[in-house]
Design a protein around this ligand. Structure first.
Ligand code: C2O
Ligand code: CU
Length: 488
């Protein structure tokens, strides 16, 4: 009957077989390139970076932080050679792209790790416009500064704007007092029960217990969306916008009255940000590359890995673009300058940050990309488990193994049910697809799951392969909060 429950799996199965070559070929046909081949060369290397008066030595793409953006047009083929000059093996993942599985950049799953001194050629059709980014899928390398925006322009761009500003948010530890993300991970992995005395510039926030006071909490109250939990485990020494500390912020110039498209990317390893442009309202047009019904707001919340595109009409003066690190009481800063006036203080808090930020659950998908409603053929349930005391983040109580497979079949409508059994936020990310939030919600590839909450998202299994599903807190992922969905 119509109300029969859909098949459900709560553990990775052993009966997995690799996807049928015909299905892979069919997916490739749907993705056929129509434009030119864009050749890009990229180097990952140890380098000195200037965070605005503060020099640090870390790892970066092309000696820059963020790495230089890659910009293509939908329909192009991207041919990018990554040369690995790092002392460790690396990989490169294209966050948010529905690309061919063997180019997805997950070492041990879709490719061999790229050894130090070696190179790898990524080559694939880029078929969907939007705001994306890329980073390694190797340990916690992303948190050293290996990230860059990937902008896919729309040949039939429907939005009208005068200028575009790509704004990449980050939390920064590497090169500061000799500490690295690997050292942070090692300390975290010992759990809260250990003496953290050696981590004098890092403070761990303890997890509070899961909240359970009804579904309205998911809609995020008027005061703070983080009631009942924490966004991150690490208090970083610096928070950055486009690689700059608030003491030497990037200044974006425009004319009063210009319409500016701002593309926000949260590349932070362990930090959700609340962003606002002082003196301006923002019209949200996209999230995670996909259009939404336009919605106005003073501020926005971005979990790790999420992207939002907004339009603003520039006022006359100097305005702070502030990113408040959720739960950490610290800010990152950039400036919009359209006229005279002095710059605000480095720690300025625009009043737009006082009201509740817009969150993805309040958005609706643009009609053109709304997922047609359909009963799921299959529901996969993912209990998000673990604690700060043990630092044993996992999915369904199981830490990641590259042999994990939650099976789906090509053509199915699949429901992912995330149930957060912990006191921390988990921004959950699926590779190779975008899912839809419930009730005509936006198409996304990353969604925040708050403590104690259940979030259900649906996607169409139309891209055969083996795809990562994980928390985008890099420390949670590295500790084991990752698994794999595999077509069979
Ligand atoms: Cu941006 Cu698997 O991640
Ligand atoms: Cu997490």
């Amino acid at each position: 009957s119509d109300s029969s429950p859909s098949p459900s799996s709560s553990s990775p199965t052993a009966s997995y077989i690799e996807p049928d070559g015909k299905e892979v070929a069919a997916a490739e046909t749907r993705r056929r390139a129509t434009g030119p081949v864009r050749e890009v060369r990229l180097t990952a290397a140890r380098t000195e970076l200037d965070l605005g008066g503060r020099k640090v030595t870390s790892w970066a793409y092309g000696d820059a932080l963020p790495g230089k953006e890659v910009r293509v047009t939908a329909g192009d083929t991207l041919a990018l050679r990554l040369a690995n000059h790092l002392p460790q093996a690396t990989s490169l993942h294209w966050h948010g792209l529905a690309l061919r599985n063997d180019m997805d950049g997950v070492p041990g799953v879709t490719q061999r790790p790229i050894a130090p001194g070696a190179a790898f050629d990524y080559r694939f059709a880029v078929t969907h416009p939007g705001t994306y980014w890329f980073h390694p899928h190797s340990g916690v390398q992303q948190d050293r500064g290996l990230y860059a925006p990937l902008i896919v322009e729309d040949p039939k761009e429907p939005l009208k704007y005068d200028k575009e500003w790509v704004v990449v948010l980050d939390d920064w530890v590497d090169g500061v007092e000799g500490s690295t993300p690997d050292a942070v991970m090692a300390e975290l992995a010992k759990g809260m029960s250990h003496d953290m005395g050696g981590m004098h510039h890092m403070s761990m926030t303890s997890a509070s217990s899961p909240s359970s006071d009804g579904p309205s909490r998911m809609l995020m109250g008027a005061t703070s969306p983080v009631l009942g939990g924490d966004a991150g485990d690490v208090a970083y020494p610096y928070y950055l916008v486009n690689g700059r500390t608030p003491d030497a912020p990037e200044t974006f110039t425009a004319k009063p009255g210009d319409r500016i498209r701002i593309r926000f990317v949260n590349a932070g390893g362990d930090t959700a940000f609340r962003v606002a442009l002082g003196g301006h309202r923002m019209t949200v047009t996209h999230t995670d590359g996909f259009p939404v019904r336009h919605m106005e707001t003073g501020s926005l919340l971005l979990g790790m890995g999420e992207r939002y595109d907004v339009l603003v009409t520039a006022g006359d003066g100097v305005f702070p673009l502030t990113a408040l690190a959720e739960g950490k009481k610290r800010t990152a800063l950039a400036l919009l300058r359209t006229g005279g006036g002095s710059a605000p203080d480095a720690d300025v808090r625009p009043k737009e940050l006082e009201a509740a930020p817009l969150t993805a659950d309040r958005l609706r998908a643009d009609g053109a990309v709304a997922l047609p409603s359909r009963r799921p053929d299959r529901t996969l349930t993912f209990e998000l488990t673990g604690s700060m005391t043990k630092y044993d983040w996992a999915i369904n109580g199981r830490r990641y193994a590259s042999s994990d497979r939650y099976p789906v079949r090509a053509g199915e409508r699949v429901r992912l049910a995330f149930v957060n059994r912990t006191g921390m936020w988990h921004p959950m990310h699926l590779h190779g697809h975008t899912f839809a939030l419930p009730g005509g919600g936006p198409r996304k590839d990353t969604t925040i799951v708050l403590p104690g909450r259940r979030v259900e998202v649906d996607f169409d299994a139309d891209n055969p392969g083996v795809w990562m599903l994980h928390c985008h807190n890099v420390y949670h992922a590295e500790s084991g909060m990752m698994t794999l969905v595999g077509y069979r």
